[in-house]
Each structure stands twice: as C-alpha cells, then as structure tokens.
Design a protein around this ligand. Structure first.
Ligand code: GUN
Length: 288
C-alpha cells in the first residue's frame, strides 16, 4: 500500500486564499494587518526564512516590515526596538527571527514582545494559554500540523500519537495540541531507550528532531499518519525530512513530504496568526 500524501502546498493555498479575503475585509474597514520581522545578523538560513515570510505577507495582502540589524546589535537596542513595535498601532504581529547572536538573551527578547502581538506563539503567556486551553497564539509549525489532520478529516480522539522531539517550538506544543484533541500522547526524545517500540504502537507519528532517517519503515504501524517536521539536507545536498519518506510511504496511511509538507504550513499559520491579531485590535473587535 502506498500512503496518501498530505500536500502542504495545496492546503496552504486554500488557507492563504482565506487569509487574503479576510485581510481585504479588514482593509475595507481601514485596518491593514501588519507584521514586523526582525533579523539580527547574517545567518544564511534565517535570511531565506525571513525573505519567504515577508513575501508570503505581500502575496496575501498583509503589510510587512523587515528590520535587519548587524550581529553587533546590543540586547538593549533590540529590546528598545521590540518596545517601539509593541506600541506601534500599524503593527499587529512581531517576529524576532531565531537564533539570535550569542550575546543576546533570546528568552528575554521573546518575553519583551507583547503577548497580543506574539504571532510566533513563543511567549510564556502564549505557551501557558495553550497549556490550560485558553485563547492565545499557537506556535505556527505544530498549528500547521493540526490543520493537516483537519484537512484529511482525521479524528484524533482516542488515537495514540507519538511525538518525537521535545523542543519548545514544536515538540512540546504539538503534544499539547494533540492532547487537546483527546489523543493519548507520548513524547519521545534523545533519552528514549526504545523509540521503535513506541512508534510501532502509534496511530500518529510527528517527527520533529532535525535528523535524517529518525523514522524508518520498520518503525511504523501500517496505516499510521506520519507528519514530518524535519528540514535537513541529504548527502547530495537535497532537502529532506526526519522520515525515510520512500520507505515509510509504503507502510503509512498518510504522510507529509519534504519539501512541500509542513514547511509551507508554518508560514501560512504565521499569516493566520497575524491576521487574527489584527482582527482582535480594539477598533476592529469593537465594531465586529
Ligand atoms: N527560526 C526558525 N524557525 C523560526 C520560527 O518559526 N520563528 C522564529 N522567530 N524564528 C525561527
């Protein structure tokens, strides 16, 4: 059996069309949804990510501002910029691209972002809201994965979901989102003694480690849904995920490709969060 492919490009297209419609409705009411992206330093991967985010905003009718600073920017200067953007009514979402140079405390910077503009969902207030099931911004990558389950009509209730990886950005929030949908959730990580024993029990596997071939065909229960969050390069320099796609697609029921799976969904959910931040601004919310 060959798995069905969950196409992140096609799903993104649908969701971005809805964002564009809602952005146009806001514009008609005099509000242009605005995202500020801050990039510090010259990290090549960050430059590509940031460029893609800004372009996606433009394509969907969102206003975006890219602020680029040299790696020598001080923490105090960065905090001052975040503070100014917090108070800027034209900006509804603030994203500080990570990683930051070593002399800057990333946690301190993220905590300086107003939770109302935390469209990355990285602030402790956003993480806490997710934890207790209150409204707040969800981190874009796991949020995009949840949209993928929704798109195939997959009911997570009572399913065993195994998340491989425990990062604050993907693994932990992913587990909480799956739990909120009544899945039974196991989080595996580098200290898990027998990963295969866990994944073989899983109806759903989300691989978010950042290492090739973490999940191979012999580790997957037939028919499982496999979501690949990884973004790696193979020996030929080609983009690949954490999952051995060619092998696993012969066992799984559903699978996301890399590229063209979770990647585009991450940016799409950033657009959704920014739009929703704009929709919640007091002037819009009052007249809604
Ligand atoms: N670096 C890698 N991914 C991300 C992301 O989603 N948001 C931010 N702010 N930095 C990142």
């Amino acid at each position: 059996m060959t798995a069905h492919i969950i196409d992140g490009i096609a799903l993104s297209k649908q969701l971005r069309a809805d964002v564009a419609l809602r952005a146009a409705a806001l514009r008609a009411r005099g509000v242009v949804p605005g995202l500020a992206v801050i990039l510090v330093g010259e990290n090549p991967a960050s430059q590509v990510y940031v460029r893609n985010k800004v372009k996606a905003c433009e394509d969907s009718g969102l206003h975006s501002v890219l602020e680029r600073y040299p790696a020598t920017l001080s923490e105090a200067e960065l905090l001052a910029r975040v503070d100014a953007l917090n108070r800027d009514p034209a900006i509804h979402g603030i994203l500080v691209q990570l990683p930051l140079p070593a002399h800057i405390d990333a946690h301190k910077v993220i905590e300086a972002i107003s939770p109302a503009k935390d469209v990355d969902g990285f602030h402790v207030a956003s993480a806490g809201a997710l934890m207790v099931g209150q409204p707040g911004f969800w981190p874009c990558t796991p949020y995009g994965c949840m949209k993928m389950f929704e798109s195939i009509g997959y009911d997570l209730k009572g399913k065993h979901a195994v998340v491989i990886g425990r990062s604050n950005i993907v693994g932990k929030p992913m587990a909480l989102m799956l739990l909120q949908k009544n899945a039974t959730v196991t989080i595996c990580h580098s200290g898990t003694p027998n990963l295969k024993a866990m994944t073989l029990q899983a109806d759903v596997v989300v691989a978010a480690v950042g290492k090739r071939n973490v999940l191979t065909a012999d580790m997957v229960k037939p028919g499982a849904v496999v979501i690949d969050v990884g973004m790696n390069r193979n020996d030929e320099g080609k983009l690949c995920g954490d999952v051995d796609f060619d092998g696993v697609k012969e066992v799984a029921g559903w699978i996301t490709p890399v590229p063209g799976g979770v990647g585009p969904m991450t940016i799409t959910m950033l657009l959704v969060n920014t739009l929703e931040a704009a929709e919640m601004t007091p002037t819009v919310a009052r007249s809604a």
